[in-house]
Design a protein around this ligand. Structure first.
Ligand code: MLT
Length: 312
């Protein structure tokens, strides 16, 4: 549709601040990614993007808030792989994932690291595997609720080790990290955007990464595959969504702002320091995000059903 046929408001978009809903608490990895790109997108849009943190139910509360918002481009959602896994995990989801949203684009894909409290006994990942298998029912695993990335990674870890740990849900892995640092919880699988500083500061113990290859940031950390845990592999892609019915011109305008943010050297450097990298301009598009979401729902459905993990 040409701009002339767009609703009047789409032609002036944006003419006031935009709310970006982050479906987890402030200070966690999703919030970190959101604030990083929102700042640069605001510069391109000429209007401020304000972050609204809305935690709960593994990210589905925040997603539901945006699904029900006005489709005018002034409420957007930044969410991750949980957008895809919730479709299978939640039997009474407040929205139909593939019908409730329009798409802006992919933002970044973040590796995960298995970390434990600083005084955790095992010296390396081989020792971690043996120790966790032997003590599973006495050990706690933190996550950000069913549907979170840390929940998905924890589920894969428990499946790989055949060790059903005690899981402790938080409103985000920001607060979960606080308890890990305090020794109130034993283990967590979280994104490098939230663990890098702690690992470099030696305030947690890092054991393995969830990527196919080792990370240049942490060359000494083994992958799951090289430790014999085939299938223990996940990296956390993030996307920006609008409510279904948002004019295409608005979604495209947001996508060009996202692309300019991702092309910013400061964003690339900040992401590199956190173990990740910006999505490409081709991936920071509505079509690429829609294709990714559809593929990931299909990919994770059988894995989740095999695990028999659901939320009501
Ligand atoms: C997650 O586990 O999904 C995220 O770590 C939650 C968050 O960003 O706090």
């Amino acid at each position: 549709a040409t701009l002339l046929s767009a609703p009047a408001f789409a032609q002036d978009y944006p003419d006031r601040q935009v709310t970006m809903v982050v479906p987890f608490t402030a200070g966690g990895p999703t919030d970190t990614v959101a604030r990083l790109v929102a700042e640069r997108m605001s510069a391109d849009l000429g209007e401020q993007i304000v972050i609204e943190n809305m935690g709960g139910a593994g990210g589905t509360l925040g997603a539901g808030r945006v699904a029900g918002a006005e489709p005018d481009g002034y409420t957007v959602l930044l969410h991750h792989i949980g957008m895809a896994t919730a479709e299978t995990l939640y039997r009474n989801l407040a929205y139909e994932t593939l019908e409730a949203f329009d798409y802006v684009g992919l933002v970044t894909e973040v590796p995960m690291v298995v970390v434990a409290r600083q005084d955790f006994e095992p010296a390396d990942f081989a020792g971690f595997v043996d120790y966790v298998k032997a003590n599973a029912d006495d050990l706690t695993l933190a996550n950000a609720g069913i549907g979170s990335a840390s929940h998905l990674c924890g589920m894969l870890l428990m499946q790989s080790l055949e060790a059903p740990l005690i899981t402790v849900p938080y409103q985000g892995t920001g607060p979960a990290m606080t308890d890990l640092l305090g020794g109130q919880v034993d283990i967590m699988c979280d994104q490098t955007t939230n663990t890098t500083q702690q690992i470099q500061g030696d305030t947690v113990k890092a054991y393995a990464v969830t990527t196919p290859d080792r990370l240049t940031l942490f060359p000494d950390l083994p992958t799951g595959a090289e430790s014999g845990l085939d299938g223990f592999e996940v990296s956390i892609w993030h996307g920006i969504y609008t409510p279904k019915g948002t004019p295409a011109e608005v979604n495209e305008r947001l996508a060009t702002a996202l692309q300019s943010a991702l092309a910013d050297p400061g964003v690339a450097e900040a992401m590199a320091n956190l173990g990740t990298a910006p999505s490409s301009a081709e991936d920071a598009t509505p079509a690429a995000l829609q294709a990714k979401l559809e593929a990931e729902i299909a990919r994770w459905q059988p894995v989740i059903e095999a695990a028999g993990v659901y939320a009501d």
